[in-house]
Design a protein around this ligand. Structure first.
Ligand code: DSN
Length: 414
């Protein structure tokens, strides 16, 4: 076998990798709420030779020989995940959050069963029953809605929708909801209508792991998450559950939904969960929330209207309907200044999903860079200058990126 450095073996891909490293380090103030930067130890595990092995099955019960070391890393990942989330059982093999939701639904439901979830317009996710997604196609979803006055979910609305739809499962957890996820309230409703409760904590899993957000267990039967957002780990998914669901969850991941697990990703999940167990991760998660609060204050000070008026989590949802900009225009204008965010529907949005009337801004990635409250104030001012006064603030963005290096200056190579 010929081993060559990637720069020689494939200059085109190498060039794109170099440019992406430069973009992340020096060109983009990353405010997409679902993105983050992993530490190099996670990149090392992801780039490891664990990619070379098939390991269908579970530790101690594999379908292929030679999985001893794969068992070690998967057991470490499972145990650390259970410790972080207070779960009885973890399956760390889902390739993504969508696959985790797919497997979780089929562990709890039969095709065609009724499910109640949040709609995409109210901060939910495509896999929460949207008609273009498998979830909307394979299950009979209906939706509880956000109270448009407060921008929050109210118990009476969820209960009313649950009584009307009589679901076998209620899904809670959101991709664009800035407020604390009230698992206890959803569990009360689920108890009242005698149904399972599943939480998709993909966005807030770092906050939950660090215990700076309400815990989904013991309120939920099953919890799904991605492993790369606020928890700052390897890209992928995971399912956590109470003991009674462990077997069905495992079987629903493999052989039902997936084949061989991506063991280099499982190894990297284990490494990132160890990071999340360290005291410095709790400080990080606290700072994510504080930064989001300060960003929200600053944006309100600039005159922006925020969905629900503020945030309890890692993200802020700006309603642009009072401005002359759509979400799409705002996203573009911010990007021209080096601020990377995403257009996002706001409740009762009159614009289609490709346009929208909002932008979603998150703090996990900037907090990873070491930015704090002073920088959030500066960024809120800068966003006001760019969106409300059409000023060019790209120099200020460049300056911030230089002051807070990401991988530059690290002694560990990958
Ligand atoms: N794409 C993710 C997000 O941005 O919220 C959800 O899958």
């Amino acid at each position: 076998m010929e081993h060559e450095d990637i720069s020689k073996a494939d200059p085109e891909v190498h060039d794109a990798l170099e440019k992406e490293a430069e973009r992340q380090e020096s060109e983009a103030l990353e405010m997409i709420a679902s993105e983050n930067f992993v530490p190099r130890q996670v990149l090392q595990a992801q780039g490891s030779l664990m990619t070379n092995k098939y390991a269908e099955g579970l530790p101690g019960k594999r379908y292929y020989a030679g999985c001893e070391h794969h068992d070690t890393v998967e057991n470490l990942a499972r145990q650390r995940a259970c410790d972080l989330f207070g779960a009885d059982h973890a399956n760390v093999q889902p390739h993504s959050g969508s696959t985790a939701n797919f497997a979780a639904y089929f562990a709890l439901l039969d095709q065609g069963d009724r499910v109640l979830g949040p709609s995409l317009d109210d901060g939910g996710h495509l896999t929460h029953g949207h008609p273009v997604n498998f979830s909307g196609e394979l299950f009979d979803f209906d939706f509880y809605t956000l109270d448009s006055e407060t921008g929050k979910f109210r118990r009476e609305d969820v209960l009313k929708a649950a009584r009307e739809h009589d679901p076998e499962l209620i899904v809670t957890g959101f991709s664009a909801y800035p407020r604390e996820f009230d698992f206890e309230m959803f569990a009360e409703v689920a108890d009242e209508v005698d149904t399972y409760l599943m939480a998709d904590v993909a966005h807030i899993s770092g906050l939950v792991a660090a215990d700076v957000h309400q815990q989904p267990f013991p309120h939920c039967d099953v919890v799904t998450t991605t492993t790369h957002k606020s928890i700052r780990g390897a890209r992928g998914g995971m399912i956590l559950c109470q003991d009674e669901h462990a077997d069905t969850i495992d079987k629903s991941v493999f052989p039902f939904a997936q084949g061989g697990p991506l063991m280099h990703q499982v190894a990297a999940k284990a490494v990132s969960f160890k990071e999340a167990q360290k005291p410095r991760f709790e400080d990080y998660a606290r700072q994510i929330r504080r930064n989001a609060e300060v960003l929200a204050e600053g944006l309100r000070g600039q005159g922006f209207d925020l969905v629900s008026g503020g945030t309890d989590t890692h993200l802020v949802l700006v309603d642009l309907r009072d401005t002359d900009l759509t979400g799409k225009q705002a996203e573009r204008r911010l990007e021209e200044n080096g601020v990377v965010s995403n257009k996002n529907a706001v409740p009762d949005d009159p614009e289609p999903p490709q346009v929208t009337s909002g932008i979603r801004l998150g703090t996990p990635a900037l907090t990873t860079r070491g930015m704090g409250e002073a920088e959030m104030r500066e960024i809120a001012d800068l966003i006001g200058d760019v969106l409300l006064r059409d000023e060019d603030r790209s120099d200020a963005v460049e300056q911030l990126l230089q002051e807070f290096p990401l991988y530059r200056n690290s002694e560990v190579d990958y």
